[in-house]
Structures are given as structure tokens and as C-alpha cells.
Design a protein around this ligand. Structure first.
Ligand SMILES: [Zn+2]
Length: 326
């Protein structure tokens, strides 16, 4: 199926800008889709490319059933080029091949569209070559550059393109997108999805990649908090490296400890891990020696420390202190 602009969720400003270009029939030769990784830039670039190639585009971009849309959705449109690096960086040979292709007569009477992704990973030679094409673009050609980090790009390339900025999404919007995602919604609990979205900094794509690890981590910590087993505490303590690891390692236990502190104080209408309410209620009724609010405060303090040997020691102290009352 061909991508539509309405399929790009939570990025109204970018999508409206693209719609205006289409409606005015004034699409720049160079467009730069910029923003965090995993927030919808590449999806938007593909939807926009499809709209440019479509013979009967509408408000939402490509029609989906003309000859060009069918060619596009089967990845065989002769006027569409997708340029991705073979290794880490786009090299001059890949840009030369693009230029060569653009210099030939087009097979179709539609415009020519190339998506370069990621355009912020390019050797200086490749960037210089691309700059020439942006300065003197062949007629009826559009280059859609997708970049996660504009700061890493050659300023002259950036200034030759019209910007289409993308922004991190609020965690609840990102969670809504993931809940409907075929790979995420089906297999993961809403609590894990919410957790992944808050850890990812509003990037559904990054959250998707975090889901398996976070899900496993949450199960492990839940088991520890329910049983308060010294053996499990030691095993879990051993998974932390010499410097105590980065802050994201503590996202799962923090969300669980927050829920436990809420539940044990009689609150808890809005807990993050609602799918685990039963085992959490059981654990809330059997708190560790200092209570769940103390455990939460200790974890919060540790999570704010940058990775360093001291952090690992504090984590060990936390695990030793996590024992049954009395
Ligand atoms: Zn069409």
C-alpha cells in the first residue's frame, strides 16, 4: 500500500507544510526533513514522494490506485530513487551514481524524486558532490534529505534546502502510535509501551526498539519487588556494570517503585503499570523494611547520578536494603 500523509502521526506542522507545497504546486527542489530519529521523518518523505509521483494526488497525498501509485507501492517506480548508505556513511560513489541516474532521460513523465536517508551521515566528498546537484538541480527533480542531526551536516547543504522540522512527541501521543503499531501493540503490555515512550524522549521509533529489553527488565524487577528474595537481588545487582550503567537502566524499577509507593499509601488510580495491578497490590501490602516510599526515593537519587563507580556501590546498598520487614 502507498503511504499517505495522514499516516504520519503527531507531526501536524510538518505535514501541513508538505500539504501546502502540494496544494500550491510549488515544491522546492531540495527539502530537508530534520528531527530526532524515529519520529516519522522517513515515513513522511516516502508519503510525500508518493504524492509527487501520483497522477491524481489529493489532500492526503497519493491516490493509491493510479498506475504510478501501483508502481511506487511495488518499489518499482522508475522515477523514484532511495539512497541509503551501504556502510556507515554515504560515499561519493553513491552520490555520483545518483547524479548519473538524474542526468539520463526520465522513463516516465512524472517528476523525479530521490530520498536520501540518513543524509547527515555522508563523507565530505559526497556532501560536496551533492551540493552541486542542489545548486543546479535537473528540471522536475526533488531531493528529499532525511537527517537526524542537522548539526552534523555541511551548512551549505542545509541552507540550500527548505526545512521540514519534526519534533519529539509527548509520551502519551507516542504511546498511542505504538499501541496501534502491528509489532508493538500486539505483543506488549500498555505499561511497557508507556515506559518505552517516556524513556525514548518522544520517539516512537526508538521506543519500539527499546520494548523487548524494557519488558524483560520490568518482569525481572517485578519479581524482585514481589518476592524480596535476597538471591534475586544479588543476581540483579550483578547485571549492573562497574559504573552502574546509564539512567535508562532504572526506568523500569522507577516506574514500578512509583506505583508501589502510590498503592501502599492508598492512592493508585493512575498507576503506570496498570496491567500489573494484581501483583503490585500484593507487593504493596508486603513492603520492604523501609517502606516503598523510601525505596522509591533511593532509586530516584541513584537514577540522577551519572554512571560512575559510586553509583554501582549505591545500587548494591539499595539491593541489600531491599529485604522483608521484621
Ligand atoms: Zn496515484
Amino acid at each position: 500500500m502507498v503511504e499517505r500523509l495522514s499516516g504520519v502521526l503527531g507531526q501536524e506542522r510538518a505535514v501541513n507544510l508538505l500539504r501546502r507545497y502540494l496544494a500550491a504546486n510549488a515544491v522546492p527542489h531540495g527539502l530537508l526533513f530534520s528531527g530526532e530519529e524515529g519520529v516519522g521523518k522517513e515515513k513522511a518523505a516516502r508519503a510525500f514522494a508518493a504524492a509527487l509521483l501520483c497522477r491524481k494526488p489529493g489532500e492526503d497525498g497519493a491516490c493509491g490506485d493510479c498506475h504510478d501509485c501501483r508502481l511506487f507501492s511495488s518499489s518499482s517506480h522508475p522515477n523514484y530513487l532511495h539512497i541509503a548508505p551501504e556502510t556507515d556513511f554515504l560515499k561519493i560513489a553513491e552520490i555520483r551514481a545518483l547524479q548519473e541516474e538524474l542526468s539520463l532521460k526520465a522513463f516516465s513523465d512524472r517528476p523525479r524524486v530521490a530520498v536520501l536517508c540518513p543524509a547527515d551521515r555522508m563523507t565530505p566528498q559526497a556532501a560536496n558532490a551533492l551540493l552541486k546537484t542542489l545548486e543546479e538541480p535537473p528540471p522536475e527533480t526533488h531531493l528529499l534529505l532525511v537527517a537526524h542531526r542537522i548539526a552534523g551536516m555541511m551548512p551549505t547543504i542545509v541552507s540550500r534546502c527548505q526545512k521540514v522540522p519534526f519534533f519529539p512527541l509527548p509520551p502519551d501521543v507516542a504511546a498511542g502510535i505504538l499501541a496501534r503499531h502491528p509489532d508493538a501493540g500486539a505483543g506488549y503490555a500498555p505499561g511497557v509501551i508507556r515506559l518505552a515512550c517516556s524513556v525514548s524522549g518522544g520517539s516512537p521509533g526508538r521506543a519500539l526498539a527499546l520494548l523487548p529489553g524494557l519488558s524483560e527488565e520490568r518482569d525481572r524487577w517485578l519479581s524482585l519487588f514481589v518476592k524480596l528474595s535476597p538471591k534475586e537481588a544479588v543476581d540483579l545487582a550483578e547485571t549492573f556494570k562497574g559504573d552502574g550503567d546509564g539512567p535508562e537502566r532504572l526506568a523500569a524499577p522507577l516506574s514500578l517503585a512509583r506505583d508501589l509507593a502510590l498503592l501502599s499509601s492508598g492512592g493508585g488510580t493512575d498507576i503506570m503499570n496498570d496491567d500489573l495491578r494484581e501483583p503490585l497490590l500484593a507487593a504493596a501490602a508486603r513492603p520492604p523494611a523501609g517502606g516503598w516510599d523510601t525505596a522509591l526515593r533511593a532509586l530516584l537519587e541513584i537514577s540522577r547520578m551519572p554512571p560512575q563507580p559510586q553509583k554501582r556501590l549505591m545500587l548494591e546498598a539499595f539491593f541489600f536494603g531491599l529485604r522483608k520487614k521484621g
